[in-house]
Design a protein around this ligand. Structure first.
Ligand code: PMP
Length: 398
């Protein structure tokens, strides 16, 4: 008997497609999964060793509620070293993944009907987390032609007295678009006129940037937002640690305190062992980040070139993260040899899974159609094979 608040909220479409693909794979089909948002690299060795050492030392108990003192110090050091942002321990919170950080933040700050402005295409979970917390997600479509970025006029027009947050994600899942310092300054000028609107910055893909770009966090460009900005990050994507479940954030102490109260009544604290591992990741050698970004860039180039060679598809060059968000308008309206009409990005993705054994996610899952997302966090040989299959299957559509 689901609660009213859970109406329309299911398992995320991305996880659902992953499950269907895994099912086909178990049945013996050679499915290539380009759906999951996780690096194929292994967690670094020194990180794993830190976890076993923590267990050996007996660090197997509850820790402080929203992060051990050592974990918070590692986060403080990270923000200062990587972002030139300086925080005190009471401005830091640590949770079981950035997803829980988002959840804590929304639960801590939204009253029934409060609005959260979210540019789309966006990571699907934002919308459902806002809804579970009783808020209203106000989505603002950002076109391909605008680089999938929100502009100041759109923001200004969307703000109401009920707006609580603007939620930005750069580099973006699913488009790979990034905001420049100038973009942030233009948006901040709007926020200056609306002091009741806070900024939530999801910096998860900070370290996956291409073509020599340097990361800019909103607070670097707009220090004036410091008292109303929550900066979110985590170790999942940067250090290939999705299964360890550690995310963290920095923001005003009063908000951080309420987020900790939410967490105290759900998970009590993040895993002690994972915190020890995350400390090693944040404080250990950082050269692997650039090496991995370089490897992702090669894969990006391979995927973008292959997609743009396929009649009916087109793809802009992502500036960061490990996704392409390709337009498939050219295949909509075509028919497969078995008579199936490709009438949406969802039916195109279903066709690719069923006839090409490649799992990708339709743009509808991210709030913009007709597109589909490829996660290229997989080997170059698998990507080459998958793109070949997509090209052959798409050529069959008439
Ligand atoms: N933000 C974005 C934009 C993401 O893509 C993800 C993972 N897919 C997360 C946050 C959450 O990451 P985690 O919970 O693993 O820290």
């Amino acid at each position: 008997m689901p609660a009213h608040r859970m109406r329309g909220i299911g398992v995320s479409l991305i996880l659902e497609i992953g499950a269907r693909a895994a099912q086909l794979k178990r049945a013996g089909r050679p499915v290539i999964i380009l759906g999951a948002g996780e690096p194929d690299f292994d967690t670094p060795e020194h990180v794993k060793r830190a976890a076993t050492a923590a267990m050996d030392r007996g660090e197997t108990k509850y820790t402080a509620l929203d992060g051990s003192p050592a974990m918070k110090q590692a986060v403080i050091t990270k923000f200062s070293r990587d972002n030139d942002l300086h925080f005190a321990a009471d401005e830091i919170t640590v949770a079981s993944g950035a997803k829980q950080i988002l959840f804590n933040a929304m639960m801590a700050s939204l009253n029934q009907g409060d609005e959260v402005i979210i540019p789309t295409p966006c990571w699907t979970s934002y919308l459902d987390i806002v809804r579970i917390a009783g808020g209203t997600a106000v989505t603002l479509p950002c076109d391909d032609s605008a680089g999938f970025r929100l502009n100041a006029a759109q923001l200004e027009a969307a703000i109401t007295p009920r707006t609580r947050w603007l939620l930005l994600n750069s580099p973006s899942n699913p488009t790979g678009a990034i905001y420049s310092a100038e973009d942030y300054r233009e948006l901040s000028a709007v926020l200056q006129r609306h002091p009741h609107v806070w900024l939530m910055a999801d910096d998860m893909y900070e370290h996956i940037l291409y073509d020599g770009r340097h990361f800019v966090s909103p607070l670097n460009a707009c220090p004036e937002l410091r008292e109303r900005c929550l900066t979110i990050n985590g170790v999942s994507k940067a250090y290939a640690m999705t299964g360890w479940r550690i995310g963290y954030a920095a923001g005003p102490a009063a908000l951080i305190k309420t987020m900790a109260a939410v967490q105290s009544q759900s998970t009590s604290c993040p895993s002690s062992i994972s915190q020890a591992a995350a400390i090693a990741a944040l404080e250990g050698p950082q050269d692997l980040l650039a090496e991995r970004a370089a490897s992702f860039q090669k894969r990006r180039d391979l995927v973008v070139a292959a997609l743009n060679d396929i009649d009916g598809l087109s793809c802009r060059i992502p500036e960061g993260a490990f996704y392409t968000f390709a337009n498939c308008a050219g295949v909509i309206g075509r028919t497969a040899p078995d008579g199936t009409l490709i009438d949406s990005d969802t039916s195109y993705c279903r066709w690719l899974l069923d006839h090409a054994d490649v799992a990708v996610v339709p743009g509808s899952a991210f709030g913009q159609s007709p597109y589909f997302r490829i996660s290229y966090a997989t080997s170059q040989s698998e990507l080459t094979e998958a793109l070949g299959r997509i090209a052959r299957a798409t050529a069959e559509l008439r």
